[in-house]
Design a protein around this ligand. Sequence first.
Ligand SMILES: Cc1cc2nc3c(=O)[nH]c(=O)nc-3n(C[C@H](O)[C@H](O)[C@H](O)COP(=O)(O)O)c2cc1C
Length: 359
Amino acid sequence: MWPNRRLCDLLKIEHPIIQAPMAGSATPELAAAVSNAGGLGSLGCASMLPDGLRNAARQMRALTVCPFNLNFFVFPRPDTGDAVLTRVIDRLRPYYEELSLDQPSRRLPPVGPGFDEEKLELLLEIRPPVVSFHFGIPDAAAVGRLKQAGIAIIGTATNVAEAHKLAGGGADAVIAQGWEAGGHRGSHAPNGPGDGVGTMALVPQVVDAVELPVIAAGGIADGRGIAAAFALGASGVQIGTGFLSCDEAGTDATRRALIRTATDMDTMVTDVFTGRAARARRTRYALEMEESRGPLPDFPQMVALSAPLSNAKEDFAFHLYGQAAALNRELPAGQLVRTLVAETSEVFDALSTGKTTPA
Ligand SMILES: Cc1cc2nc3c(=O)[nH]c(=O)nc-3n(C[C@H](O)[C@H](O)[C@H](O)COP(=O)(O)O)c2cc1C
């Protein structure tokens, strides 16, 4: 039924539907259920330690014989300057006092680069069928070694220039992540909230720019969105928010309830939680911090300062989801994949026969 099977052939999957790697929310049970239903399940491995990563891969292999994806962040070692730290601590102090928390700490946790030699060696040992990268792509030597090991490489682009960079860097497929997307923007350079290209505008421009299969991401939640992505020239979709309400997702009860009553206007793009732009629920903390914008500690060190607030009160909470959350369905993941495939097929049929598009 799929108008082009480039992504299916590359990843050896039946349906070109990728469940987005969502660090903290995508569990092995979720990813395996998606893979077992013919899509590609993914795990967000950005903050996993070696044993956790080995364990996660072991769990995946126990739950599915189908391809799956492990995802990593590519960012330089953070190096937050003293002046920035002082400014942010002064800005946050009143919130800490309001919530009766201890003073914000000047000692930020030491963090290495997002993807390094140790993670590369681990991946060569684990040999997952697919690896995807957010915020950039590792150097050509690392990508070459992964590809030599038979691993398919996918990278995220939020604009055409980044898509060119991924193609030049050896990626096998490019995710075109539109502004609607929940979670961190995959921008290759740190940026603030600013402006971004929407999925509808981005996907056809990336399709024209690179020879690789393009995966549309951002605001896609049902068969209408998937059919639209193919109409724009995509060879597949990556859906994150849509899988947050699945039984197997690690989504906490509070966020599940928020998504149940979500509207199109619930979220905003802000870097005030982590130091990198992410689409998350609009909260008092995000709005007020955006009003007094200034330099922030480097990603991900800002988390050490925002997390005590986020964990203390809902007004400060960090809930990642996207603009299409109101379309979410509460289903087991395998059933959601089958529903998405059936809906897309109906839309394709309706469009080709001129019948009314199903709602
Ligand atoms: C809760 C959440 C966590 C995310 N974490 C990651 C991640 O760890 N790695 C990654 O590459 N993308 C991550 N993303 C972004 C997704 O890969 C994808 O671009 C996005 O979910 C697509 O938009 P949608 O949410 O509207 O479907 C995350 C998204 C969400 C909603």
